[in-house]
Design a protein around this ligand. Structure first.
Ligand code: BJW
Length: 235
């Protein structure tokens, strides 16, 4: 019987809601150089360009809705009697809008800003620019999107690693398995004997490490998996 679940999600779970993935042929990194917009060095070189990129994405996510996969994970969280943690690499808020609560945004959130001067975080819905003022320290010129760029430490790693060490089921959904440390979670969960499951459109870079895989669109494979698990047919 399963008593503790950790679920990792990536861009693929939000694809059918209309948010682009990163590494698919029509993904974001096919159109934009990640070094320019998703590294601290890119931000230092051209902050206006980075603000423009995230302003566009922040605006775009406001027009989309959670899909059946987000809803199924929220249902699982509320129906499952044991420990549950959802770790998302996504910076959109579709999981919480679907009803998820036990959730970590390991790569940050579009709707938050981080002040490089005081380290304060604040809710942020509007456009961000070099003129934006920090609500905490009231300085201008230091605001950045509260997202984790390449070379930066993802958030809440200690809490995530403790949950991985204690779980007996690890499920990876809609992620290509190209970005560490998230790509290594499957092996961390396996060390303590967890059953590992991949649900993705196609085999990911790490597919061989999983005990089970189901490949197809998230809006089909995730609700199917949740249904099997809650009915006892998926242990
Ligand atoms: C569907 C579907 C459907 C489609 N249904 N599925 C050289 C330079 C710089 C850094 C490094 C370097 N070498 C190594 C590094 C480290 C780096 C790294 O791993 N790089 C790799 C490229 C090798 N990692 C880091 O820098 C991380 N920090 C770090 O390691 O700190 C040190 C540390 C060490 C030990 C412990 C702890 C810390 C930070 C990584 C930050 C990633 N940031 C981004 C941007 C966030 C903000 C933003 O959104 O702009 O995060 S990059 C981007 O990739 C974003 C994503 O969260 C992340 C993962 O992408 P994801 O979700 O997997 O998307 P895709 O597009 O790759 O895959 C989508 C999948 O869905 C595909 O498989 C599709 O098939 C599938 N799919 N439609 C189901 N309908």
């Amino acid at each position: 019987m399963t008593s503790s679940i950790v679920i990792l999600t990536g861009a693929g779970i939000s694809a059918e809601s209309g948010i682009s993935t990163f590494r698919d042929p029509d993904g974001i990194w096919a159109k934009v150089d990640y070094r320019e917009v998703a590294t601290p060095e890119g931000f230092a070189a051209n902050p206006a360009r980075v603000h423009q990129f995230y302003n566009w994405r922040r605006k775009n996510v406001r027009t989309v809705e959670p899909n059946a996969a987000h809803v199924a994970l929220a249902r699982l969280e509320h129906a499952f009697p044991g420990d549950f943690l959802l770790v998302t690499q996504n910076v959109d808020s579709l999981h919480e809008r679907a009803g998820s609560q036990r959730l970590i945004h390991m790569h940050g959130q579009h709707d938050q800003a981080l002040c490089n001067a005081c380290g304060g975080r604040s809710a942020w819905e509007d456009e961000m620019s070099l003129e934006s003022r920090c609500p905490a320290c009231e300085q201008t010129g230091h605001m950045r999107p509260d997202v984790v760029w390449f070379g930066e430490m993802p958030y809440q790693m200690e809490r995530i690693q403790a949950a991985l060490a204690a779980c007996d089921l690890f499920v990876s959904i809609g992620t290509s398995g190209n970005v560490y440390p998230a790509a290594g979670f499957v092996r961390e969960a396996q060390v303590t004997g967890a059953r590992t499951v991949e649900l993705n459109l196609e085999p990911s870079a790490g597919a061989a490490h999983f005990d089970e895989t189901d490949h197809g669109p998230a809006t089909r494979v995730v609700p199917d998996f949740v249904e099997r698990l809650l009915s006892g047919r998926g242990r």
